[in-house]
Design a protein around this ligand. Structure first.
Ligand code: TMP
Length: 205
């Protein structure tokens, strides 16, 4: 079984996680097995990497920062996400491979081919069936951790990374304007996700 993998992307604080949780509550009634995970995180090692990256030490090297995100991703895929997908689960991922392309390659200048090659290796080539991009205004300079305190030009580069990715794979990407009423956003998401859900009782193809 292939399961169904839906990733969620967007700049910090566009309401991504709030909408994801709302969709998860709805999907719990609709699908057999549902799994919600965040990146970095989702395993004890991944959560430790998250704590280091977001709260303890800012990496001096952009490459080191990327490889730390990738290490957490490798473990999450191998131990949690790929096994769940092979059971036919629907998996919602709060950030995934595209965050590294947008934040580390476009945002921090890490070599794009390297980021994509490592992404392919750590995911065993599993790409999302759908990627939801909650698109909002770049912001900078505020926030609880230093990743969020980086400057506005950085977030503009990240945003241009998302735009580049979505142009490359328009069928995978679903772009939603985050400046709409949250109830409207939720309905838009429900309609799109319903169109790819397996029939009740069946497994995702
Ligand atoms: P979150 O606040 O959405 O949970 O994400 C954590 C931060 O980590 C956010 O600022 C984006 C950043 N991040 C990257 O820079 N690269 C990555 O590959 C991932 C997964 C997150």
């Amino acid at each position: 079984m292939r399961g169904l993998l839906i990733s969620w992307e967007g700049l910090d604080r566009v309401g991504k996680t709030t909408q994801l949780m709302r969709v998860a509550r709805w999907l719990e009634e609709e699908v057999g097995e549902l799994l919600t995970v965040r990146e970095p995180g989702g395993t004890p090692f991944g959560e430790a990497v998250r704590d280091v990256l977001l709260h303890q030490v800012e990496a001096g090297s952009n490459l080191a920062e990327f490889l730390a995100f990738a290490a957490a991703r490798a473990e999450l895929m191998e131990m949690v996400v790929l096994p769940a997908l092979s059971r036919g689960a629907v998996v919602l991922m709060d950030r995934f491979i595209d965050s590294s392309v947008a934040y580390q390659a476009f945002g921090r200048g890490v070599d794009l081919d390297l980021v994509q090659n490592v992404n392919r290796a750590v995911t065993h080539d599993r790409v999302p069936d759908l990627t939801i991009w909650l698109r909002g205004e770049p912001f900078g300079g505020q926030g609880p951790d230093w990743l969020e305190r980086r400057q506005a030009e950085y977030f503009q580069r990240v945003e241009s990374g998302y735009a580049w990715l979505s142009r490359k794979e328009p069928t995978r990407w679903f772009i939603v304007n985050s400046r709409q009423d949250p109830d409207v956003i939720f309905e838009i998401l429900q309609t799109r996700i319903r169109s790819i859900l397996p029939a009740k009782g069946g497994s995702p193809t």
